[in-house]
Design a protein around this ligand. Structure first.
Ligand code: GH3
Ligand code: MG
Ligand code: MG
Ligand code: MG
Length: 288
């Protein structure tokens, strides 16, 4: 695990660091809770936070609550509050503030290790659940739910003036592929197309069936269209091996540029309209 430990005492931090590091975890220590919060905001990989109960200008309870806000509801973080025995009465408040567990201070090593193992069990399960909740199992791309969440986040950044573009892809005559080669071969084709889309676009997901979306930030409409065109050509030139069959397929695509103030739905609808135009114009092409 990646563990963040916060305590005003460098001695406590050194001891905690040795105990935790000795168990094979990666430890980051902070004396200032505000700096620790900044670290949490910018480091997705942090699994656990261990905090003491008092700082200058902030309580451990406040740090628990602010840590929860900093990582958001979708990111697992296991929070352990270290407190001396005289603070027992405040444990209920700590749980309500977002702590998952308590530890006596100074920690007793065996109990400390056991609590770290408990944290590891919970966090690895939570991470796996999040991965499953966000991933389309066939293609490995973001599923529809995760795709729209990521689009919403990108939309926030676009509102601050960044370019945001979307490409909607649809495999041409996919029904024929299923009918000719079978459903398993069709699945294989979806996986290969998804793999190429993932390589080409930083945010990529499967909307459903044989329809995909790629998002690019800080790219113009033309740059994104060029990326889509490259992908269209790659797939056109590729032979996809699926069991004994060799499949040659094409894709059509539509591109749109985010307009200030519009919803994600409206933004994607314009990419979908362009995709529809690409189909009407004869398929195997990309339209902006
Ligand atoms: P067009 O060029 O107009 O897009 O033609 P199309 O045949 O691709 O059109 P349509 O979107 O109507 O067909 C999509 C087909 O994809 C229908 C459905 O049976 C098939 N399909 C949807 N999901 C899956 C899947 O997960 N695996 C496989 N093998 N086929 C799927
Ligand atoms: Mg279709
Ligand atoms: Mg299709
Ligand atoms: Mg379709």
């Amino acid at each position: 695990m990646h563990v963040v430990v916060v305590d005003p005492s460098r001695t406590v931090l050194m001891i905690a660091s040795q105990l935790i590091g000795g168990q094979g975890h990666i430890v980051h220590t902070f004396t200032d809770p505000h700096v620790a919060l900044d670290h949490l905001r910018t480091h997705d990989e942090v699994d656990a936070l261990i905090t003491c109960s008092e700082y200058d200008g902030m309580t451990g309870l406040q740090l628990c609550a602010e840590a929860r806000t900093a990582v958001g509801a979708e990111r697992p973080l296991y929070v352990i509050l270290m407190s001396s025995t005289k603070e027992r009465g405040r444990r209920a408040a700590a749980l309500d503030a977002g702590a998952d567990d308590f530890m006596r201070k100074p920690p007793e090593p065996d109990e400390f290790y056991a609590r770290l193992r408990a944290a590891e069990r919970v966090i690895s399960l939570q991470r796996e659940l999040m991965r499953l909740a966000n991933t389309d199992p066939l293609s490995g791309l973001l599923n529809r739910r995760a795709l729209f969440r990521r689009a919403g986040e990108a939309r926030e950044r676009a509102a601050a003036g960044r370019f945001l573009t979307a490409v909607m892809f649809d495999i041409d005559h996919f029904k024929r592929i299923n009918d000719t080669y079978g459903h398993d071969a069709g699945d294989r084709a979806i996986q290969v197309v998804a793999h190429e889309i993932k390589r080409a676009f930083p945010i990529a997901g499967r909307l459903g069936g044989e329809e995909f979306v790629g998002f690019m930030e800080e790219a113009t409409l033309m740059e994104t269209a060029a990326r889509g065109e490259q992908l269209r050509r790659t797939l056109q030139d590729m032979d996809i091996g699926a069991g004994k069959a060799t499949i040659n397929l094409t894709i059509s695509a539509g591109v749109s540029l985010f307009r200030a103030g519009e919803t994600v739905d409206a933004f994607l609808q314009r990419a979908d309209n362009a995709l529809y135009a690409a189909k009407s114009a004869g398929r195997n092409r990309i339209i902006t």
